[in-house]
Design a protein around this ligand. Sequence first.
Ligand code: HAM
Length: 426
Amino acid sequence: MRQLYPPDMLVEGFMTETIRGAALAYGFEEYDGPVLEPLELFLAKSGSELVLEQSYLFTDRGGRQVVMRPEMTPTLARMIAGDRELHLPARWMSFPVCFRYERPQRGRVREFRQFNCDILGSADVSADVEVVLVLDRIMRNLGALPDTYSIRFSDRRLASAVLGRLGVPVDLHPAAFRAIDRRSKMDDEAWSEWASSLLGGYSGAVVQFSSCSSLDDPWLVGLAGGTPEWEQLRVFRDMLGRAGVASAAFDAGIVRGLDYYTGVVFELTDTGGANRRAICGGGRYDNLVGMFGGSPVPGVGFGLGMLTLRLYLETYGLLPPGVSSSGAPDAYMAVFSPLERPYATELAETLRNAGISVEIDLGGGRMGSQFRNAARRMARLALVIGPDEAETRSVTVKDMASGTQQRMTAVEAVDRVVAEREHQRR
Ligand code: HAM
């Protein structure tokens, strides 16, 4: 299970704010849901592998079988189905903590935070494009260069159409999708053996289709060119291109592992070798909300792993140096002796009321050690309270970089601290 120390939380906060800012530019609203869910929710919706092999599943005190959510999408679908007043299309985002009982390794842990971003109530290709635009903007706002990540996409409708034309019976398509999804995750020999046991002679068709990396591949065009499935994906690709997304490319090897996807599917990965796990995955799911009763509501969206994103940002040196010092207070207050504490506390509150962050020393050591604490906390200014300051209701402001000191009133101190803060921001 994850534990984040304060420096980790600063990075988490930086990523969260950047992501939220990008999504707000597209009008997304934030929601949240329960961490614990009934087993049936995921069994019927996500697919049994995720639930029975990778979930924390237990019986609660009331005898109910419950799951610590391995993902957010089924919960989202239930919430959408349950809100009859909701104006659609809805653009919803969330930052859920999720749990999967996977073997921990780089980029894969048992408790992780995910950014989820979904549009519900639009079956139009524009909605598919819109969520990918959010994803690409997040990456660009984080400073990622287009050649360091790729957004590979395909479409389950196209995959089904092509497999059908290759003679693969419809009832084998779910197994074929599973085989395509696993192909890049297993070694060739083991995959071939497993795929043959699953699909018999049809595994050759799966290999042929999933090796396609261009929509304009003559073999693919010969089979599916001009079909509605192929046309729709071409429109999707062209719209992304016109909107300036340089990192997106067709890859028939993408189908995604979750059962509910029905259309466009995509994954974002690091193009370098350091991070193998996908940073983000998503797609269209037009039947999920309808499974909760009521009218069907089409959906499309993605989940972006905060850990996988962090590893990517570290790999490319994209975490700004300021992130590690952004937890520093505006000023650190050093107090000469217990006698001055009441005045120091009163003054610190006055400054905080004026919007300044003040950390007051609680150690009560010598002044030298209190100044060292101020430096360790990366405060630019120390506010010194000794007997004279307490008597005259003033404060001595010490510039930690130059060492210069100046006695002033509380009102002047507010101006001084604010000026220093503005100076740092510039
Ligand atoms: P997913 O591909 O299972 O999709 O997860 C999305 C992302 O969450 C992954 O690409 C990865 O970065 C991160 N992630 C998943 N498992 C772990 C783990 N064990 N440790 C660390 N990070 C992990 C979904 O969950 C879908 N519900 C996404 C979605 C939303 N589709 C439509 N809307």
